[in-house]
Design a protein around this ligand. Structure first.
Ligand code: SF4
Length: 346
């Protein structure tokens, strides 16, 4: 197993051993393409026959990452940046266990190592997994696919690189609160690739989360802002930006399949907070399908409504969406939203 030793000059985890190659996706880049690029950048060699192993969520105190792991056989010679990396060498896997026990490896590599050894033994580590790889490639709604790919920056975002793909959820996958919005905003989540990030609705929602101790108080304007959610996960009912913020009934229904996967994945959910009628109806329809004849048929949306037909299921509450339109039309006020949110969370 090839590992790299991080330079002592690094701010984060100096002097610790880490995966031989790791990095982040460039906008629009596939994980396998990024892995090849990172190998060339970090080791000076282009790998052949990368083998996809698995993917999972890695949650730290400050962020959640979707990790995709590959392996490849290469003998070197390797070249690396001596300012970033002190050493690169092969280790016997048993010696890696000793390194890990001595805390001489980074925490994310320690987890990666355990996961890899479990994978070798054919053991599944039971952590929530999100089908992120499939979701961000979903093309099931032709109208929305064409629209999301057509959006370009304007105004202050004229030069921004837009995500323009289905927007996956984010937050604490072990959380008890799920917040379901309508769909990505054209120049908000569709730009940044994270729900509610980069628009007015997000600013108000993130303020409400902070007020209730559900976030670390970062403003939520870009994906790399360090925002961390506590006990909370956020998704949209429809993952792709719709024209005029209005998905068609068929599109909502099709995308509900992703929502069902998300709700199944979030196994500790006790409360689902739906922002707006579309999100509320999508969640209720799913509950109706899952628990036929148990009372969901009679549930109707209203601001502040709450239902919990099953003793062992989550409660579902509805609030007006904190959109700029709802604030501008007077349907909602900032204080009204914050108060209602506090009430349903408390
Ligand atoms: S809206 Fe949902 S189902 Fe439709 S293309 Fe986007 S991710 Fe796929």
């Amino acid at each position: 197993m090839l590992l790299q030793k991080r330079s002592m000059t690094k701010d984060i985890q100096p002097g610790r051993w880490d995966t031989a190659v790791g990095g982040h996706l460039m906008p629009g880049e596939e994980p396998a393409v990024a892995a090849v690029r990172e190998c060339v950048e970090e080791l000076g060699l282009e790998p052949k026959d990368l083998e996809y192993l698995y993917e999972y969520i890695w949650v730290t105190d400050w962020e959640s990452e979707w990790v995709t792991t590959f392996r490849v056989c290469m003998n070197g010679p390797f070249s690396w940046d001596r300012e970033e990396i002190d050493q690169v060498r092969f280790w016997d896997p048993d010696d890696v266990a000793v390194l890990a026990a001595r805390r001489e490896v980074t925490p994310n590599f320690e987890h990666e190592y355990l996961r890899y050894r479990a994978w070798q033994r054919g053991v599944t580590i039971h952590r929530p997994s999100y089908p992120i790889y499939d979701l961000v490639r979903c093309m099931r709604c032709p109208r929305l696919v064409a629209f999301r790919e057509s959006i370009r920056g304007k105004g202050n975002n004229r030069d921004a690189v837009y995500w323009n793909r289905p927007v996956p959820g984010f937050g604490d996958p072990e959380g008890s609160v799920l917040i379901v919005g309508l769909a990505p905003g054209a120049h908000g989540a569709n730009r940044t690739g994270r729900p509610f990030t980069g628009d007015a609705a997000g600013e108000l929602l993130f303020r409400a989360l902070e007020d209730n101790g559900l976030s670390n108080g970062v403003n939520g304007r870009s994906r790399g802002d360090g925002l961390r959610l506590f006990d909370t996960f956020i998704v949209n009912a429809v993952k792709c930006v719709p024209p005029d913020n209005r998905p068609l009934p068929q599109e909502i229904r099709v995308c509900s399949e992703w929502l069902a996967v998300e709700i199944a994945m979030l196994h500790r959910i006790q409360r689902i907070v739906c922002l707006g009628r579309v999100a509320f109806d999508a969640v209720v329809r799913m509950m109706k399908d899952r628990y036929p004849g148990s009372g969901w048929e009679h549930v109707r949306f209203s601001h502040g409504c709450g239902v919990k037909p099953e003793a062992d299921g989550p409660s579902v509450v509805g609030l007006y969406h904190p959109s700029r339109r709802n604030l501008n039309t007077g349907l909602l006020t900032v204080e009204g939203f914050l108060t209602a949110f506090r009430r349903v969370i408390g």
